[in-house]
Design a protein around this ligand. Structure first.
Ligand code: BDR
Ligand code: CA
Length: 310
């Protein structure tokens, strides 16, 4: 089993990613660490617990982390995810407890406690918690197997500004810390997630499983996709964050290449841009494996099959 920590700001697509991970025997979810992002921390940590309970896994350890980015004011995305961050289905208030430990401290401890190279970090939101852990305990960098994250964009540009994707834009300094940490990174940018569209046929396939979890997941997607459908005129919206978990389970669904990636932290105009050297023009050594394409049908089959197990 691969040991993972999911760092997240649920978020409907984060919720599907959590469900996919919790449904998969290949993964040992050591903990779920919540960060402020799509909505404030008080909601993301609660939403994370709601999803663990929906999955029937109330023993999952959930931790609260950073309330705001390292150096900037928090920017949220209620216009995408709704007021609660999890608008869509009517999920009960969680009864499982939140762990006392601060999320970055849990991340540090979990990595130090386990053999070197055995813990994978899966950030699905702004990178504040991960950066705080790396800043407080630089020794963990060499011990992390790798960081597989959703964030950034290249040919697709951005979704918050013309050049910046939400997760990187919210905390560009944290992203810079992560991308210069030396930890191997796999990055699922908008270029790949915008190819994973929640078409009506795919939502129907999920609902056809007729389980409470698949039903709730379909309702989450129904709510989530309206934003991108309206904006881009597509059939379905991009299911971003589950790409991270799908990559761990079935890397063969994706293609990509090793690139040098730098984060813009100085310019007001292009703040949070992921400068991806796809063509190798800088001659700088790659620091990330950047995913570029996905077998979307295989991806949705995987989600449907796994969520039906819960
Ligand atoms: C990312 O931003 C959030 O709104 C989603 O949950 C995803 O992690 C996409 O830009
Ligand atoms: Ca997210």
């Amino acid at each position: 089993k691969r040991a993972i920590i999911i760092d997240t700001d649920p978020g409907q697509d984060d919720a599907i990613a959590l469900l996919l991970a919790l449904a998969s025997d290949e993964l040992d979810v050591l903990g779920v660490t919540a960060v402020a992002g799509n909505v404030p921390l008080a909601l993301t940590e609660k939403n994370a617990r709601k999803i663990c309970e929906l999955a029937g896994k109330p023993d999952t350890r959930v931790f609260a982390g950073a309330e705001r980015p390292l150096m900037r004011k928090l920017v949220t995305a209620e216009y995408v995810h709704g007021k609660t961050g999890l608008d869509g289905p009517d999920l009960p208030e969680p009864t499982m407890a939140l762990e006392d430990q601060f999320a970055p401290d849990f991340i540090i401890e979990a990595i130090r406690d386990r053999p070197e190279g055995t813990v994978t970090l899966c950030p699905l939101g702004p990178l504040t918690n991960i950066a705080l852990a790396l800043i407080k305990a630089p020794d963990i960098a060499a011990r992390i197997d790798r960081i597989v994250l959703m964030g950034g964009g290249f040919f697709e540009g951005g979704n918050v500004t013309p050049t910046a994707e939400f997760n990187i834009y919210v905390d560009p300094e944290a992203a810079h810390t992560v991308f210069t940490s030396g930890v191997p990174i796999v990055m699922a940018p908008l270029d790949v997630t915008h190819k994973a569209l929640t078409t009506q046929a795919r939502i129907d396939a999920l609902r056809a499983k007729r389980t409470p979890v698949c039903d709730a997941a379909a309702s989450l997607i129904d709510f989530f996709e309206r934003f991108d459908e309206d904006k881009y005129g597509t059939d379905g919206g991009p299911l971003h964050d589950p790409c991270v978990i799908a990559y761990l389970l079935k890397p063969e669904l994706f293609t990509g290449r090793d690139c040098h990636v730098a984060i813009e932290t100085g310019s007001e105009l292009t703040l949070g841009m992921t400068v991806i050297d796809w063509w190798g023009v800088t001659g700088k050594a790659p620091n990330a494996h950047v995913l570029g394409d996905i077998d979307a049908a295989g991806f949705f089959d995987l989600i449907t099959e796994r969520l039906a197990r819960l």
